[in-house]
Write a protein that binds this ligand. Sequence first.
Ligand code: SF4
Length: 77
Amino acid sequence: MSLSCVSCGACEDACPTSIPVAQVFSLVGDKNQKEFDYVPGRSLNEPLPLRVYEEKEFEEVEQSYVETSAKQEAQDA
Ligand code: SF4
Protein backbone atom coordinates (compact mmCIF):
# COMPACT_ATOMS: atom_id res chain seq x y z
CA MET A 1 0.00 0.00 0.00
CA SER A 2 2.67 2.49 0.96
CA LEU A 3 4.40 2.20 -2.40
CA SER A 4 1.16 2.58 -4.35
CA CYS A 5 -0.58 5.34 -2.40
CA VAL A 6 -1.18 8.49 -4.43
CA SER A 7 -2.83 10.36 -1.53
CA CYS A 8 -6.21 10.51 -3.22
CA GLY A 9 -8.10 10.28 0.08
CA ALA A 10 -10.66 7.74 -1.13
CA CYS A 11 -9.89 5.34 1.73
CA GLU A 12 -10.47 8.07 4.27
CA ASP A 13 -13.74 9.08 2.62
CA ALA A 14 -14.88 5.45 2.77
CA CYS A 15 -13.83 4.75 6.36
CA PRO A 16 -17.02 4.21 8.45
CA THR A 17 -15.34 5.37 11.66
CA SER A 18 -13.56 8.42 10.21
CA ILE A 19 -10.06 7.16 10.87
CA PRO A 20 -7.64 9.42 8.96
CA VAL A 21 -6.08 6.47 7.16
CA ALA A 22 -5.18 8.48 4.07
CA GLN A 23 -2.95 10.70 6.19
CA VAL A 24 -1.19 7.67 7.62
CA PHE A 25 -0.79 5.96 4.25
CA SER A 26 0.38 9.19 2.68
CA LEU A 27 2.94 9.87 5.41
CA VAL A 28 4.37 6.35 5.32
CA GLY A 29 4.05 6.16 1.54
CA ASP A 30 5.95 9.36 0.96
CA LYS A 31 8.90 8.09 3.01
CA ASN A 32 8.90 4.64 1.41
CA GLN A 33 8.48 5.99 -2.10
CA LYS A 34 11.47 8.27 -1.59
CA GLU A 35 13.55 5.36 -0.29
CA PHE A 36 12.78 3.45 -3.50
CA ASP A 37 12.93 6.56 -5.71
CA TYR A 38 9.49 5.52 -6.91
CA VAL A 39 6.47 7.63 -7.77
CA PRO A 40 3.28 5.58 -8.22
CA GLY A 41 1.68 6.27 -11.56
CA ARG A 42 4.74 8.03 -13.00
CA SER A 43 5.17 5.42 -15.71
CA LEU A 44 3.44 2.18 -16.62
CA ASN A 45 6.81 0.88 -17.79
CA GLU A 46 8.41 1.39 -14.39
CA PRO A 47 8.48 -1.90 -12.44
CA LEU A 48 6.92 -2.05 -9.01
CA PRO A 49 9.77 -1.69 -6.47
CA LEU A 50 8.98 -4.88 -4.59
CA ARG A 51 9.15 -6.88 -7.82
CA VAL A 52 12.74 -5.81 -8.44
CA TYR A 53 13.88 -5.37 -4.84
CA GLU A 54 17.24 -6.88 -3.97
CA GLU A 55 17.81 -8.15 -0.46
CA LYS A 56 20.96 -6.09 0.19
CA GLU A 57 19.57 -2.94 -1.44
CA PHE A 58 18.72 -1.16 1.79
CA GLU A 59 21.43 -2.20 4.21
CA GLU A 60 22.46 1.42 4.71
CA VAL A 61 18.86 2.41 5.38
CA GLU A 62 18.43 -0.44 7.86
CA GLN A 63 21.68 0.53 9.60
CA SER A 64 20.47 4.12 9.85
CA TYR A 65 17.27 2.98 11.57
CA VAL A 66 19.22 0.75 13.95
CA GLU A 67 21.50 3.64 14.93
CA THR A 68 18.61 6.04 15.36
CA SER A 69 16.75 3.52 17.47
CA ALA A 70 19.81 2.89 19.66
CA LYS A 71 20.28 6.65 20.21
CA GLN A 72 16.61 7.03 21.14
CA GLU A 73 16.80 4.15 23.60
CA ALA A 74 19.92 5.68 25.18
CA GLN A 75 18.15 9.02 25.56
CA ASP A 76 15.08 7.38 27.06
CA ALA A 77 17.13 5.39 29.59
S1 SF4 B 1 -5.11 7.72 -0.19
FE1 SF4 B 1 -6.02 5.75 0.36
S2 SF4 B 1 -7.34 5.17 -1.38
FE2 SF4 B 1 -5.94 6.79 -2.09
S3 SF4 B 1 -4.21 5.70 -2.98
FE3 SF4 B 1 -3.68 6.13 -0.85
S4 SF4 B 1 -4.30 4.31 0.28
FE4 SF4 B 1 -5.32 4.21 -1.70
